[in-house]
Design a protein around this ligand. Structure first.
Ligand code: C2E
Ligand code: MG
Ligand code: MG
Length: 435
């Protein structure tokens, strides 16, 4: 009993660890591989149809996988929707590819439980003995790191452990620990980047961008720490406190200037998220009409219905909603059609090439025209050069943002910028270009 998983009748984690220990301590150095696999698409099934269906799916998945491995290796259930395997022999990368494909093919046929049809896939991480490690625990950890990488790259794939995975896993762990402490100590900061109305050349507001310096790693980009905060459950606490700070700063600006703030996928798809945002604005004293939520399509895709509820609530309160990083990821015109957007932000990877790549120039022109037809604002991100600006103005892009105008700045630099804007009535000088 102590070594059997009661649900699937497979060896359990303890049995698997013992098996591995026996092998590595035999002293023969006979090669084998360790694989950890995780079912893609299991969690939504469990959430939607309940645990009884989920259990049957796990039993069937285990049965199919172990049948496929019969006579070749051993399968164990590690817990949840995670399984592990050992296969004897020296494997080349090609051999491992074949094995992964063969195992994954057991999910070509859907799993049917009652009248529920479940389509699954799986991701694998592999480590090899003795090359990756001669230690049983470390073989599992390293297969796990490879699995993490496989899932991060895309579901339904596999990776073989590589030393660089360990470095990034260690870095991730440091970031997580330091970030936890930084959030507790309220040590995150915000910089503000001007958004310029390209028709008038005047400031229309600022985008708040999180800034953080890890005591051990130095400055870490939000593109790195935001996803980590999302994965380890820190995102809500983090962004709620950042939003409160940013909104308080914005209350001190002239009332025609708006605050744009990036919403995390994890903030937008929770019930009550829209209300929470509105209540934070109220706490800070920033009228909702001066607030703009920036949401990426990837965030919306995580849960289209929940996102719609949050977006409609934010809109009903009088705030605006912008679709961020348009053109990257899984862009879909259905979001543009179905969601009540006020603004689309063209990703800077496009803006960067408007003058050098004719096709991209045409795409950007079309996005601008689409916004014009829909009567919504169009913001070009990442304007770095005069030629970018000239192109965008020529094609009637309504707003712009980028290093050409200014880098993101600390709060203390904002008042002089605002004064300059109202004094000179010209677009902000490229003074901060090299700041
Ligand atoms: P984003 O929302 O698309 O923000 C624009 C990014 O482009 C910022 O990077 C900004 O510094 C950078 N940028 C602006 N102008 C230029 C330019 O002319 N050239 C170049 N090369 N870059 C420019 P940053 O600050 O590193 O932020 C990266 C991403 O992290 C943001 O992309 C946003 O998705 C996310 N992020 C930042 N702050 C927060 C936050 O408080 N909450 C959440 N959830 N996400 C945040
Ligand atoms: Mg943004
Ligand atoms: Mg963006």
């Amino acid at each position: 009993m102590a070594y059997t998983d009661t649900l699937t009748d497979l060896p359990n984690r303890r049995a698997f660890e013992r098996l591995l220990n026996d092998r590595v301590s035999s002293g023969t150095l006979k090669p084998f591989i360790v694989g950890i696999l995780d079912l893609d698409g299991f969690k939504p099934v469990n959430d939607a149809y309940g645990h009884a269906v989920g259990d049957d799916v796990l039993i069937e998945a285990g049965r199919r996988l172990s049948t496929q491995l019969r006579g070749v290796g051993t399968l164990a259930r590690m817990g949840g929707d995670e399984f592990a395997l050992i296969v004897d022999g020296r494997f080349s990368a090609d051999d491992i590819n074949h094995l992964a494909l063969r195992l994954r093919s057991v999910f070509d046929e859907p799993i049917i439980v009652g009248d529920v049809i479940v389509r699954l896939s799986c991701s694998f991480g592999f480590s090899t003995y003795p090359d990756c490690s001669e230690d049983a625990g470390r073989l599992i950890d390293r297969a796990d790191m490879a699995l993490y990488r496989a899932k991060a790259d895309h579901n339904g794939s596999h990776r073989i452990f590589d030393a660089s995975y360990e470095r990034s896993a260690i870095e991730r762990a440091i970031i997580e620990q330091d970030l936890r402490e930084a959030i507790r100590a309220d040590a995150l900061q915000i910089h503000f980047q001007p958004i310029i109305n390209l028709t008038t050349g005047r400031l229309s507001g600022f985008e708040a961008l999180a800034r953080w310096t890890s005591p051990r790693l130095g400055p870490v980009s939000p593109a790195v720490f935001v996803p980590i905060a999302e994965q380890c459950g820190l995102i809500e606490a983090m962004t709620n406190s950042l939003l409160l700070k940013a909104a308080r700063v914005a209350t001190r600006w002239p009332s025609h200037l708006r605050l744009a703030f990036n919403m995390s996928a994890y903030q937008i798809d929770k019930p009550g998220s829209g209300l929470k945002i509105i209540s934070i604005l109220a706490e800070a004293g920033l009228p909702p009409h001066r607030f703009e939520a920036e949401i990426t399509e990837t965030a919306i895709l995580k849960n289209v219905e929940a996102s719609r509820v949050a977006i409609e609530l934010i809109k009903a309160a009088g705030a605006r909603v912008a679709l961020d990083d348009f053109g990257t990821g899984f862009s879909s015109l259905s979001h543009v059609k179905d969601l009540p957007l006020d603004k689309i932000k063209i990703d800077r990877s496009f803006v960067d090439k408007v003058c050098t790549d004719e096709k991209i120039g045409n795409i950007v022109r079309s996005i601008i025209q689409m916004c014009e037809c829909l009567d919504i604002e169009c913001v070009a991100e990442g304007i770095e050069h005069d030629e970018h600006l000239a192109f965008l103005i020529k094609h009637n892009c309504t707003s712009g943002q980028g290093f050409l105008f200014s880098r993101p700045l600390p709060e203390t630099r904002i008042p002089s910028l605002i004064t300059e804007d109202s004094d000179s009535n010209v677009r902000i000088a490229a003074r901060d270009r090299a700041a």
